[in-house]
Each structure stands twice: as C-alpha cells, then as structure tokens.
Design a protein around this ligand. Structure first.
Ligand code: ADP
Length: 152
C-alpha cells in the first residue's frame, strides 16, 4: 500500500526549512501532498497562486511531491486523500507544545492518523516564514532563506 503523507501549512512563503523537511520525508513516504491551508481568518502576504507555484517549482522533477490547497479540516483532507500520515517539522519546544495537542486532536478526529515529526536540521532551525516576510516587507534580501529554485 502506498504511504501517503500530508504536509499542511501556510507556506507564506516556502522556506529552505520546509524544503529540507519535505526532501528528508521522501525517504519515508511514497507520496507527499504539500497542502496549503486557506483560513479565512488569517491574512497572508503572498497570493495563494504564487505560494502554490513556488512549491511546485521547488519540487519540479520530484514525482512524489504534489501541491494542493484546501479549506477543510486537515484530518478531513487526509481522509479524502487516503493519507494516514501528517508530516510536520519541529524547530524548538514552542513548535512542540503547539504541535502536540494538534496531533492528538487530529487523531481523535480521524482515528488511525499518525503525525510524523522531523526535527529540523540545525542550519534551518532559525528560519521561519514570518521572519522571511518581515525581511521582504522591509526590502531586505530573502534569497538565502528560500529554495534556490525560486525567485520571489
Ligand atoms: P503554519 O501555517 O502551520 O505555521 P508553516 O507554513 O509556517 O505552517 O509551516 C508548516 C510546517 O513546516 C510546520 O510543521 C512547521 O513547524 C514546519 N517548519 C516551518 N519552518 C521550518 C524550519 N525552518 N525547519 C523545519 N520545519 C519547519
């Protein structure tokens, strides 16, 4: 049976941290759905279509990676895709505290769902999309923080 994982997030924008987690997860899964969540209560900096395009370009040539957008519960998305696994990255204990309850809740909602955490590589631990957005808004150069394959 094909091992499918969903990697949910805002990817506003995708960073080298996300890229690294997804590439490492390719050893674990047959298919990875990079799923951009649409939350009407959340303000995003970059357009959804751009965020989607940047993810697709980053993984062009990797048949395991698919990109999609969704506006339902992550657990429901997993169910509809037949994906048993949710992939998340952990940078620090704040990530852990937040992720812990979400993972338990997703499992309560759709029993059998397993959240798999990959601990970030040390070189990417400080990278997060919100800092990248701040640098971008203030006219700084974000090149070193985003995948080499894309230009924003
Ligand atoms: P959210 O919208 O849920 O905050 P993000 O788009 O910021 O999500 O991130 C999606 C996932 O990628 C989360 O599991 C997050 O912990 C992980 N992630 C983000 N940045 C990094 C990084 N630098 N290294 C490892 N994982 C990361």
């Amino acid at each position: 049976m094909s091992r499918k994982a969903v990697f949910p997030g805002s990817f506003d924008p995708i960073t080298k941290g996300h890229e690294s987690v997804i590439n490492r997860a390719c050893d674990l899964f047959d298919e990875i759905y990079v799923a951009i969540g649409i939350n009407t209560n959340k303000k995003y900096l970059f357009e959804l279509e751009d965020r989607k395009k940047w993810i697709a370009s980053t993984f062009a040539g990797n048949p395991k990676i698919k990109v999609l957008t969704y506006d339902i519960l992550t657990s429901e998305l997993c169910k509809s895709l037949g994906a048993k696994y949710i992939l998340r990255g952990l940078r620090n204990t704040s990530d852990f505290n937040f992720e812990f309850s979400i993972a338990q809740t997703n499992r309560a909602l759709v029993p059998g769902t397993e959240t798999i955490f990959l601990v970030t590589d040390i070189e990417y631990a400080a990278i997060n999309s919100s800092i990248v957005r701040d640098i971008y808004i203030h006219g700084g150069d974000i090149k070193q923080f985003i995948p080499d394959a894309i230009t924003i």
